[in-house]
Design a protein around this ligand. Sequence first.
Ligand code: IZC
Ligand code: ZN
Length: 428
Amino acid sequence: MERIDLLVTDIGLLVTPPSGIVPRYGAEMSVIHEIEHAAIAIRGERIALFGTESDVRSQLTGIEIGETVSAKGKLVAPGFVDPHTHLVHGGSRENELSLKRSGVPYLEILAQGGGILSTVRATRAASEQQLLEKARGSLNIMLLNGVTTIEAKSGYGLSLEDELKQLRVAKQLNSRHPVDLVSTFMGGHAVPTEYTGRADEYVELLVSRMLPEVASQGLAKFCDVFCEAGVFSIPQSRRILQEGKRYGLIPKIHADEIVSLGGAELAGEIGAISAEHLLAASDQGLSSLAAGGVVPVLLPGTSFNLGLKQHARAREMIDTFRLPVALATDYNPGSCPTESIQLIMMLASLNLRMTPEEILTACTINAAAAIGLASEIGSIELGKQADITILDAPSLAYLPYHFGINHTFGVIKKGRVAVWNGQLASGE
Ligand code: IZC
Ligand code: ZN
């Protein structure tokens, strides 16, 4: 072995999904590889060696080591992956809080021209630079919370130019910020006000003008749609995702969040990589996900923040349907204004009844699978990208247990220290 660029020593406990089949299905989600007194050796952007510190050190005898950092006996995990965010947007919606608290449902606020449409107005009014600065702030918070890769959706432009503007911001951030971003085109997020009552015409514009342009500029990897009562129907969603596929965009779908429309069934039918929310998904829908190899991405922050009594049936998804559950923040200015993946871990424990091991799997390797990156990130494995989170916690269960704070002490992204002592290293 030649030189090692970065050696992370004195890891109290290293926890990672094991190598092998990805994503991790059903009961396999509980299997976590644990190593006490561990070390990780990194060459360039990749993991070159990991194991007990004594093993690693003996294998490194005589090998040049660039920098050594001590994890100070803390917990070390793969960098967290957030596979569902609406990162880039203008404005905020705290003005709708009293409306929400007085019992006006989310879809009713949208039908009145608020909700997503309010954020569309703010996003259209914002310059590209303003959107970038705001999104960078949120991305910094995510990084400080141990997140090393995220997915970011468009969907607050809803016109060709404004959708491209959002996607360009995500692309710029991906090239400049330590966190990696993968982009999703979500022109099918809502019917813009100028097309009220003419949803089919808007879908036509989306497939004939927006999709080809987004694809030819290489601005997105995925195509997503808000398949929901009063937003986009099953036939409209099918059309958007099928056309997206023709342009090489991999389908994702906001499915059966509030009403059981059959979005999960559509996800299986169309071969979506992931289906999101799924609170109201039927048994048939869950079977369709299993048959189609679709990753269910659960967003417990959203059901919590909307004050819903119902939660996604994570236990049945894992125990009965053997699905590879992933978790995400759904960070957005309406239904889930939080960047905190660690709050999501707590809610997954409380409301989804997931175990700490399942939660780690869902926030790492299965989250990576939901964005097609499980061979590169999501576990501490030889040859994988060196994306690592160092947490001020004595055990894995401590993360969902001690809630409402940020446990992250350090983050290593692609072999470089990006956060140390709870502070950004780069001066971002
Ligand atoms: O801005 O309300 N559910 N889309 C679908 C959202 C929530 C984001 C928003
Ligand atoms: Zn969403």
